[in-house]
Design a protein around this ligand. Structure first.
Ligand code: SF4
Length: 462
């Protein structure tokens, strides 16, 4: 192992891949031992050698370690005590993890967390299901454009080919930039993740409704994985309010679900008996009757939503979900197709876990991939299984926990079309104008960068 990997290096289930955030920590000063928490190997040291290295170059570097230190509970608490206007945005996957842990509903978790965070001095607690709707609408728009250009052979088209690949998983983006490089990047959707989009919305627009300047806000998200911390720290997600001002981040800090649990435990909070507070509706998917609403799909519903939208816009087919995905290799690789007059016109897949995603990127590289869209997530089973989620209880299998999380995630949550979301309509009316507009591109889209491989990773590829 190289000296540059000064802190932690992430690995998961060595038999599959394994992605970022699956909970392993390797101390470089003692490279033969692995301290790990996943399923089969709980509390057991595992030996790894260089041959186990996937050469994904996804290791956390010294510089990244410094960035991560700025994304801790201590930083969060110190910003609260300094009197900053702290805003928390909670992911639905984290909500589900806390719901299962405490035996509560997702709505109860949201209202009780609102009470808890506000008791610490937080100004507002939002729900990233709302920004995910914005992500999905921009992604639908991008897909339609790419699909309509698919038969044009010119330079413009080569910048945005098919299959379009989802971009919300930083574990996948990290792997693509550091390992796959320039050939894969044009396939990746330019739309930012829900985490970054809620950050952009809060600091560019919602702040005015709260009578705050963007610089006065310290924005924290609660997410299911550590990779979201690296995502928040990307230079691409820093901006200036005007040419005179300092650069600020869309998301100042990311706490994992497990870190929020630690925080509550450190403050001896009895979460189950805590009273709930009204949800902050400015950026939360809660209707007038107080019900949560969201798209289907525990990893974001990208394939589902874009497929239905494309079927309607491109082929006039109204599809009532849920879609029937067909399992191809394993439960983490599933596809759905639309046929019109005997011809397959849409072919989408959900592809989770690194074993599956390495296979699919090989097909793209060799020109053998006939999918139009790929929802790629680094974690096996997707975001509910992120490395920052609360771990299984003693005696509980990872599979049983996922099952409970899936139920908690969707139970009592109304399925709703992002295009019908009144919050999103008002964001377009008041701020962004239209999907794919210049303003939407400026605030909601990004670019990716191939990362030159280090000598050490090239050696490991031998
Ligand atoms: S699949 Fe989800 S939880 Fe796992 S690394 Fe990607 S974004 Fe994080």
């Amino acid at each position: 192992m190289s000296e540059k990997f000064s802190a932690t290096l992430r690995i998961g289930d060595l038999n599959d891949y394994i992605a970022p955030s699956q909970g392993c920590v390797i101390k470089t000063e003692n490279p033969g031992k692995v301290k790990t928490t996943p399923k089969e190997v709980q509390n057991e040291p595992v030996k790894i050698s260089l041959k186990d290295c996937l050469a994904c170059s996804g290791c956390i570097t010294s510089a990244e370690t410094l960035m991560l230190e700025k994304q801790s509970l201590e930083e969060f608490l110190s910003n609260l005590s300094e009197g900053k206007a702290v805003i928390v945005s909670l992911s639905p996957q984290s909500r589900a993890s806390l719901a299962v842990h405490y035996g509560l509903s997702s709505l109860q978790v949201l209202t009780k967390l609102t009470t808890f965070f506000k008791s610490l001095g937080v100004k507002a607690v939002f729900d990233t299901s709302s920004s995910r709707d914005l992500t999905l609408i921009e992604s639908c728009n991008e897909f339609i454009t790419r699909y309509e250009q698919r038969n044009i052979t010119n330079e413009e088209k080569s910048k945005s080919p098919l299959p379009m690949i989802s971009s919300a998983c930083p574990g996948w983006i990290c792997y693509a930039e550091k390992t796959l490089g320039s050939y894969i990047l044009p396939y990746i959707s330019s739309v930012k993740s829900p985490q970054q989009i809620i950050g952009a919305a809060i600091k560019n627009h919602i702040c005015q409704k709260l009578c705050l300047r963007a610089e006065e806000i310290y924005h924290v998200t609660v997410m299911p994985c550590y990779d979201k911390k690296l995502e928040a720290a990307r230079d691409d997600f820093m901006f200036q309010v005007d040419s005179e001002s300092e650069t600020i981040a869309e998301v100042d800090s990311v706490l994992t679900t497990g870190e929020v649990l630690d925080l509550m435990q450190s403050k001896s909070v009895d979460f189950t008996t805590l009273d709930g507070s009204p949800v902050d509706k400015l950026l939360s998917n809660v209707d007038e009757e107080g019900h949560l609403y969201s798209v289907r799909g525990s990893s974001g519903g990208y394939a589902d939503t874009i497929f239905c939208h494309a079927a309607k816009i491109l082929f006039g087919e109204e599809i009532e979900g849920p879609l029937q995905f067909k399992t191809i290799r394993n439960s983490d690789f599933q596809e759905v197709t639309l046929e019109v007059e005997g011809k397959t016109v849409l072919k989408f897949a959900q592809c989770y876990g690194f074993r599956n995603l390495r296979n699919i990127v090989t097909k793209i590289k060799t020109g053998k991939c006939d999918y139009h869209f790929l929802e790629i997530m680094a974690c096996p089973s997707g975001c509910l299984n992120g490395g920052g989620q609360i771990k299984p209880k003693p005696g509980q299998s990872a599979k049983d926990l996922i099952h409970l999380l899936e139920n908690a995630y969707s139970e009592n949550v109304l399925v709703a079309d992002p295009y019908e979301n009144p919050l999103i309509k008002s964001l377009y009316d008041e701020w962004l104008e239209l999907p794919g507009s210049e303003k939407a591109k400026r605030h909601l889209h990004t670019v990716y960068h191939p990362v030159v491989k280090s000598i050490s990773s090239q050696l490991a590829n031998w």
